[in-house]
Design a protein around this ligand. Structure first.
Ligand SMILES: [Zn+2]
Length: 131
């Protein structure tokens, strides 16, 4: 997925705002190029996991599909690396198609953002081409 630094920054700002809880949301775009980041309420309101609020998820998907498609689902790790937890992998099996982007706030000055494919209970790097 190709994504601009500005959209990466939007996810990082959302992650910082929702501390100490994890944040979550969606990335929409076209032909593998991200064009928008849509925050979704974390209904779990937890520092350890996320659960997209059903109404928020529905509205975000509607907004994204108005002029593109869902490319990625993102969430933050406030105290751990930008790498999927077993919970993340399990949860992704319900919706395996999108890329899973994780924003790590271990270094708050410089959030680390990485993407993964999590289908079939595997963790495979998804390249984020920033620019
Ligand atoms: Zn996670």
């Amino acid at each position: 997925m190709k994504i601009s630094q500005a959209l990466i920054d939007e996810m990082a700002v959302h992650a910082l705002e929702d501390r100490p809880n994890e944040c979550c949301g969606m990335v929409g775009g076209k032909d593998g190029v991200a064009t928008k980041v849509v925050p979704v309420l974390n209904a779990a309101a937890s520092p350890l996991r996320y659960e997209m609020d059903p109404k928020g998820q529905y509205d975000a998907l509607k907004e994204i599909e108005a002029d593109g498609e869902l490319l990625a689902i993102y969430h933050s790790h406030t105290k751990s690396a930008a790498y999927p937890s077993q919970t993340d992998v399990n949860q992704a099996q319900n919706w395996p198609e999108p890329i899973y982007v994780i924003v790590s706030l271990v270094n708050e000055e410089k959030p680390d953002v990485k993407g993964f494919h999590l289908a079939d209970l595997k963790i495979v790097d998804a390249e984020l081409e920033i620019g």
